[in-house]
Design a protein around this ligand. Structure first.
Ligand SMILES: Nc1ncnc2c1ncn2[C@@H]1O[C@H](COP(=O)(O)OP(=O)(O)OP(=O)(O)O)[C@@H](O)[C@H]1O
Length: 451
């Protein structure tokens, strides 16, 4: 596939350049949950990536990103296929982890300090920057916890484990296997994992470094040191005065890999990739189910007696450990931050779309509107005059004449942008280069697909 992109790189640039710089605003399908923020971080392209970026944060609409892919067309030149995605917060390649911390994570620390459960997940395709992001966020969290600015006396304990399939290991005890067992109160206990008291910043840094050195990594096609397990850093903040504790979970999930990326691996690695993908799928169902449960609760204002959405947290070791985060019957206050990490390269465009689609699905569905399919249809219908004006403004140079690319006059006054209702006779137009005509045709087609 990379060869196909490399061969058509100039075509890709010309198609992207020909796009409308102000696409019509995206109508959001979801909204932020009351206790959850879903964000996306686009990492910068690295020096050894040969293909251009396929992700374009939209300047005219906040937190919306356009992803343009180049696809083979069975009859003719490759065409551009575009998708757009919306998240609650979007971080551009130039954003720093410090900015992400201030915007998303800084609030979780005092929340956990005062007895809440704050959870951060970094999710994304292998090589997209999850470990890079979570490692720095852990240091920034440690700074805030240890700088003495938070009110009150607390004791801090740290546990770092990793989960590979259904097996769990203690990263602070030389990767010793541990068991995940449910106690009589229904709480999942990490039996055998050591909880380390943390007295100062140096202690915390040393523990984080030690855990990193024991993390299970293996090369993948996209990342020479890919994390092949989910790392869970749990910080327990104990208030000796009243015996309560707050929890902070920082979770660097294993990289998801598509079927194409794992094809070169042996049977063990394929099994491992399958387990990772299954646990990520269960996680998605749990985060979404919990967000829906939270929304239902906050809208109805009460918990008792109402039927809450099913949250399948028992289906994987990862979500069993985080049961108290997902259990809709749980009484503890929780806040969740999801960072979908994205590699912008055109070579990674498929996984990028999956990651962003996943992120969008985690947002709670927006309130039902009264919009009918007839309303939606009329929204993309223009009069012939409007359509002609649009063609004139967008066809590039030399101009494509109305008589060449024109809406078919069929007696009806309104036309939509479907291939069936616009006549493309670009190839026969004297003075119009074939390339330009094809680009224009694919642009019309693109508008039709995305409308
Ligand atoms: N925001 C960024 N700025 C600069 N470099 C980055 C950024 N994010 C990631 N990188 C670089 O990209 C490479 C891959 O990052 P990282 O190992 O964090 O990916 P990952 O998503 O954790 O991958 P895997 O799931 O395979 O472990 C690393 O070399 C890292 O330094």
């Amino acid at each position: 596939m990379e060869q196909f992109y490399l061969k058509n790189i100039s075509k890709y640039h010309s198609l992207v350049d020909a796009l409308d710089p102000c696409p019509k605003p995206r109508i959001s399908k979801g909204m932020p949950g009351p206790n959850m923020v879903v964000s996306a971080r686009i990492r910068p392209l690295s020096e050894n990536e040969r293909l251009p970026s396929a992700t374009f944060p939209r300047s005219s609409q906040k937190n919306v990103v356009d992803v343009h892919d180049l696809c083979n067309h069975p009859r003719g030149a490759p065409i551009l296929r575009s998708n757009d995605y919306q998240v609650d917060r979007l971080f551009h390649p130039k954003s720093t982890t410090e900015e992400i911390y201030e915007d998303l994570v800084a609030d979780l620390v005092p929340f956990a300090w005062n007895g809440g459960i704050g959870t951060l997940f970094a999710y994304g395709q292998t090589g997209s920057g999850k470990t890079f992001t979570v490692n720095r966020l852990e240091e920034l969290v440690a700074d805030t916890l240890m700088n003495g600015n938070l009110e009150g006396e607390r004791e801090i304990y740290m546990t770092i484990i990793d989960l590979a399939g259904n097996a769990a290991f203690d990263l602070l005890s030389d990767r010793k296997p541990i068991s995940l067992l449910e106690d009589s109160l229904g709480i999942t206990q990490m039996v055998g994992a050591v909880e380390h008291p943390v007295l100062d910043m140096e202690d915390m840094r040393a523990l984080i470094e030690r855990a990193t050195s024991f993390r299970r990594t293996a090369p993948t096609l996209k990342n020479p040191a890919s994390s092949r397990s989910h790392a869970i850093c749990r910080i327990r903040i104990w208030n000796r005065a009243d015996g309560s504790d707050g929890l902070l979970y920082l979770i660097d999930l294993a990289g998801s890999e598509g079927a194409r990326d794992v094809a070169a691996h042996g049977a063990d690695r394929m099994r491992e990739a399958r387990q990772i993908n299954i646990s990520l799928s269960v996680l998605k169902d749990c985060i979404r189910g919990k967000a829906e449960a939270d929304t239902a609760t906050s809208l109805k204002g009460e918990k008792l007696g109402q039927k809450l959405p099913h949250v399948p947290f028992r289906q994987s070791a990862l979500t069993r450990v985080l049961k108290h985060v997902f259990d809709p019957a749980g009484a503890r206050a929780c806040r969740t931050v999801v960072i979908a990490c994205v590699n912008p390269s055109l070579a990674d465009v498929g996984p990028t779309k999956n990651t962003l689609r996943f992120a969008e699905m985690l947002r709670v569905p927006g309130p039902a509107t009264n919009e009918t399919s007839a309303d939606r249809k009329s929204a993309i219908q223009w009069t012939n005059t409007q359509l002609r004006e649009w063609i004139r403004a967008n066809c590039g140079t030399p101009a494509i004449l109305d008589s060449v690319v024109a809406p078919r006059e069929s007696g009806a006054q309104l036309f939509n942008l479907s291939g069936a209702e616009i006549e493309y006779r670009c190839r026969k137009c004297p003075g119009v280069r074939l390339e330009q005509a094809k680009a224009f045709r694919s642009m019309l087609w693109q508008m039709y697909i995305s409308s």
